[in-house]
Design a protein around this ligand. Structure first.
Ligand SMILES: Nc1ncnc2c1ncn2[C@@H]1O[C@H](COP(=O)(O)OP(=O)(O)O)[C@@H](O)[C@H]1O
Ligand SMILES: N[C@@H](CCOP(=O)(O)O)C(=O)O
Length: 312
């Protein structure tokens, strides 16, 4: 569940009065998501998403995220536009938290994508990368190699509480990636977390790319690697679907494409993506209190994906 901060109706009424969006009809907390508090807000004019940013999103990064979403929405991508108030401000404070009213996009996120969905998702990522060529703001990826090292140290031997030998596998993979990570590949702004739950679809049409709060500047083809690790496997990571993987590549090739160097490094990029999610999930597993409101995600689902790319 993801409503950490409650917003009383009077506070929401007064918040909405700063905008030209009509008056409050209803507001409901959204259960999905893990990072922020999200509400579906209906006014006399339209539906909106209200996000209150919680502790894991740094306040200093919010102008970057909002500028990025506005840039993509301006270029016709299905990315929710931050709404500005009468004074032109998108970023606000509500209930003591940074907050933003955001365009509502139709569609649902998928549990089990088909190859047709994968093709659409690959194509949407390529369109996003094309539209980001002239986005010049920079944000370092906090979850890059150095970030993975920090997480691996923070987890340490306790990783073996999740599965015997996990700490050694993490150390071994980290050492491999430190030597082989293809830093000379082209960098650009990337989403860095485009999992199926961050893509809204209607039928096989992509209607929304959401949750840009890990977006950063990093190796562009790494974004496609993250897409593969999250779309081309069963949820538990035990089964890799070659048809889904081929469809992701075909979609991306239709709208952007990989260079020969990027294609040659793809397996290493996918190993890096697996380690990144294995590490954040391992850290969260070890450090989230059992009675927390958030459902912990299974680290081993990413260990299995990693095994697939190590064997390939
Ligand atoms: N702009 C939007 N339009 C429609 N639904 C949205 C929008 N933004 C978020 N949602 C809904 O809210 C849920 C949680 O959003 P998300 O950004 O993933 O949260 P978190 O940052 O907490 O992980 C999504 O799964 C989706 O159902
Ligand atoms: N996609 C990550 C977790 C990030 O959660 P999100 O709800 O912000 O996408 C994972 O699956 O480990």
């Amino acid at each position: 569940m993801a409503v950490y901060t409650q917003v009383p109706a009077e506070a929401l009424d007064s918040f909405l009065s700063r905008y030209d969006v009509g008056t409050l009809v209803s507001a409901k907390g959204i259960a999905e998501g893990v990072e922020n508090s999200n509400f579906l807000v209906e006014t006399t004019q339209a539906r909106f998403i209200l996000t209150l940013y919680e502790k894991r999103v740094s306040e200093a990064d919010l102008p970057y995220f909002l500028a990025l979403k506005t840039h993509l929405a301006d270029r016709g991508l299905p990315v929710p536009r931050p709404i500005v108030d009468r004074e032109g401000r998108a970023l606000q404070t509500l209930q003591g938290r940074p907050a933003c009213l955001i365009e509502f996009l139709p569609g649902v996120s998928l549990g089990e994508p088909t190859p047709a969905h994968c093709r659409a998702a690959g194509e949407a990522m390529g369109q996003m990368h094309a539209a980001l060529r002239d986005f010049d703001q920079v944000r370092e990826n906090a979850l890059n190699l150095a970030g993975w090292q920090r997480l691996a140290e923070a987890c340490g031997a306790r990783a073996d509480e999740i599965a015997p030998g996990l700490a050694a596998t993490i150390a071994e993979e980290l050492a491999f990636l430190e030597t082989n990570w293809p830093l000379d590949l082209p960098h650009s702004t990337i989403h860095a977390d485009l999992f199926p739950d961050n893509v809204l679809v209607r039928g096989t049409k992509v209607t929304g790319l959401i949750d840009f709060y890990f977006a950063c500047t990093d190796i562009r083809a790494y974004d496609l690697a993250v897409l593969h690790t999250s779309w081309a496997f069963s949820g538990d990571g035990a089964t890799h679907f070659a048809d889904r993987a081929a469809a992701l590549d075909a979609g991306y090739a239709a709208s952007h494409g990989l260079s020969a160097d990027e294609a040659a490094a793809f397996n290493i990029l996918a190993r890096g993506a697996c380690l990144r999610f294995l590490l954040t999930r391992t850290y969260d597993w070890l450090n989230t209190p059992a009675d927390a409101l958030v459902t912990r995600k299974d680290p081993l689902a990413y260990l299995r994906r990693l095994a697939h790319y190590r064997a390939a």
